[in-house]
Ligand binder design. Sequence first.
Ligand SMILES: *Cc1c(COP(=O)(O)O)cnc(C)c1O
Length: 230
Amino acid sequence: MSIALNLTNIKSQLPEHVTLVAVSKTKPVTDLMEAYNAGQRIFGENYVQELVDKHDQMPKDIEWHFIGHLQSRKAKLIVPFVSLIHGVDSLKLLEEINKQAQKNNRVVDCLLQVHIAEEDTKFGLDEQELDEILKQVQNDSENYKNIRIVGLMGMATFTENEKQLEKEFNLLKSIFDNNSKFNAANWQLNTLSMGMSGDYKLAISCGSTMVRIGSSIFGNRSPLTPKGGN
Ligand SMILES: *Cc1c(COP(=O)(O)O)cnc(C)c1O
C-alpha cells in the first residue's frame, strides 16, 4: 500500500484526542514528502543529524519531534527548531535543553520518559526519579523557564504478549494520572506518548494521547537499523 493510503487508514482509526506522530527515521525525504502531501505535519525522528538534515530539506510548517535518546551535548543541534522532545530522562539533559532554548529565545516542550519495559536496555526514569525531577523543576522554576514539561512517554517491552503490554501501558497511565493532578509554572502533564505500529490500539485503549507510528506508515525499516537513536 502507498504511504498516503496507510496514513488515511491509520488516521481513520484514531480517536480525535489522539495525535499521530509519523516516525520517519531512516526513510528518505521523498517518502516523508509523500506523507506531507497527504496532509501529515508531525514527524518523529530518532537520530540528531538525520533530523537536522531533514528539517533543512523539508517544508517549514512541519512539527518535528525528537523521539530517540538525546545526548546532552547534541541538544544544541535540535533545540533551535524542534517542537517536542519525547525522551527526556535526566535532569542534566533537561538543564541542557533549557540552556540551549534560552540562547534561542524559545520555550521547548518536553516529555519525561518513564521506564515501563521489562528489558533494561530501554531508557527511562523510575517513579522516584520522575518525582525528583518534577519537584526540582517546581521548586526552582526560575531556572527552568525555557522548558515546559507537557507529559510522559514510555516504550513497552518488545513482545506480542498483550497482557504484558497492557500491564505496562496501564502502569504508565496510572503514573501519568497521579502526576497530572498537579501542576507548576512550567509543568502541566497533558500528553501521554505511548504506542507504536504493533501496539497503538492497545495503548489508546489504555489512555494514550499520542502514538508514534513508523513501519505501518512507511513500511519496514532495514532489520540492521538500530532501534534506539542518539
Ligand atoms: C522507531 C520508533 C517508533 C516507531 O516504531 P514502529 O514500530 O515502526 O511504529 C516509535 N517510537 C520510538 C521511540 C521509536 O524509536
